[in-house]
Design a protein around this ligand. Sequence first.
Ligand SMILES: Nc1ncnc2c1ncn2[C@@H]1O[C@H](COP(=O)(O)OP(=O)(O)OP(=O)(O)O)[C@@H](O)[C@H]1O
Ligand SMILES: [Zn+2]
Length: 625
Amino acid sequence: MATQEQQSAIKSAKVLMVGAGGIGCELLKTLALSGFEDIHIIDMDTIEVSNLNRQFLFRRSHVGQSKAKVARDAVLRFRPHINIKSHHANVKNPEFDAEFFKQFDVVLNGLDNLDARRHVNRLCLAADIPLVESGTTGFLGQVTVHVKGKTECYECQTKPAPKTYPVCTITSTPTKFVHCIVWAKELLFAKLFGDKNQDNDLNVRSNNPANLSKEREDVFERAEDEDIEQYGRKIYDHVFGSNIEAALANEETWKNRRRPRPIYSKDVLPESLTQQNGITQNCSVTDGDSMVSVMPSLGLKNPQELWGLTQNSLVFIEALKLFFAKRKKEIGHLTFDKDDQLAVEFVTAAANIRAESFGIPLHSLFEAKGIAGNIVHAVATTNAIIAGLIVIEAIKVLKKDANKYRMTYCLEHPSRKMLLMPVEPFEPNPSCYVCSKTPLVLEINTQKSKLRDLVDRIVKAKLGMNLPLIMHGASLLYEVGDDLDDIMVANYNANLEKSLSELPSPIVNGSILTVEDLQQELSCKINVKHREEFDEEKEPEGMVLSGWTQSPATNGDNASTSNNENAIDVTESSSVAETPTKKRRHSETQPESHKKETENVESEDDDLMEIENPMMVSKKKKRVE
Ligand SMILES: Nc1ncnc2c1ncn2[C@@H]1O[C@H](COP(=O)(O)OP(=O)(O)OP(=O)(O)O)[C@@H](O)[C@H]1O
Ligand SMILES: [Zn+2]
């Protein structure tokens, strides 16, 4: 029961809720039932059938409609007097700037990705609005409180990066089923059905470049009148047959490894599927976009059943045929989606055929889908518990009860007889590059690396900037924005392709860069150190960003982030932070199984240089806005 004081804090509060999914639906209901009367919701998504089992504000008739709006309408039905405003939009949109955030007393996150969480964290810091952050994965969950200057910000401790694998493991020497899945969805699926122009190495690497015949470049091009089945078989033979054959020629690779077996379609499939069993005709009459499936026509009913090599090969060919027969318009634009049945069937089959070739145990469609989609089944009860805890923390924040703030971890197994583990929040990390002021250090080959590498791999992927701007001295080297004139865009595009040392203001050993995101109101300095060589396995990005403080419990083996051509990203980072081990304030012992890998990055105030430079104009202009 809320006290009088709590009730008045609740009644007068204006709350922003970001995300109206699993946590968000529970949260909105709990907020409304707790007496909150002024709530804004931002969610960019529409309702899908797969949401209905736990996002209880939604019904089948709502599929395809805005989550934010339907959630609002559902809650208004039992709390008609309260004020709920819905925004069907991405929270990263420019209209949601620091000014927008300032109208709220507290921000509550029910998001599912790191990128959006980091963005909201930065805006809350810029607007000086408290943030209650949350996440769940299956039975695990957590709620944390972030109040500028009082507790750590969401980024004071870095989150485990998405798992990545070196490209050579994926393209040449897979040893686990997950490697085959990554190959099937990130390389093969992307090459066949995604952007044809992408730089995508589907050939097993050979030490002898002369072995890489020109022909192979064109194998993925399908001539207008080419029979789809013939095309499918050509792809099959290329990726599972001749590529493996070519790789085997490279004896060095296989000295200490199991040799893969080339597989050709003629050895596993009948001469012509159409003539033999009429599968094609059956498939071609199936309809209904992403619900299209080849399983029924192949008599494959149980997704948990293991398919043999022949069944996988049939699914491979038939799924490929069906993409061309039924979803031709989408070809060239598709990316793998775990909710796309035909894509899951194709990727399962391709991964299994590759696994067979490399002597790796095969998996069912159900298992393969879980690996490919990084699925941990959501537990509605966890979401409900977490939503309740968010509201409890929000009330403390509104009452400015700083001594009572708690980060709470929802555990799968009791620890000291507790399933909910409360922990006092940490103080801000003085070396956090987001909420504090110390420069980062970047080791990079300034002669070889291009500005584009710096932008993609560091500024966007690592620093999570949305609309970045990069300055060196008085020279503005790069920026993103709607208000740039053509000459500037051309200049920046030209800069992107130059190596750092060839830029108009050359970046060399000892250079100090200022990197900013004007929307996030975040600025940090990067000290550049030139380095000639990088270890391909350990430092696949060819650059190392430091200033990141590792916690004592760090195992140090986390891989790099996405946007890295030498590593393939396979998962979105988990929604759940592990319980922390660093003890800046609290003295509780943490369960061993929840040790956290913590890294911190630092930044410094940027100082505007007053030197006249044409490239500075837009920066100055933007600053006074
Ligand atoms: N940048 C963003 N802006 C606005 N809303 C976002 C943003 N990123 C994620 N969301 C929303 O956060 C919600 C997270 O909910 P949840 O974790 O339950 O995911 P889901 O997409 O509903 O379910 P699932 O991924 O399990 O199918 C989603 O509704 C999603 O649209
Ligand atoms: Zn911080």
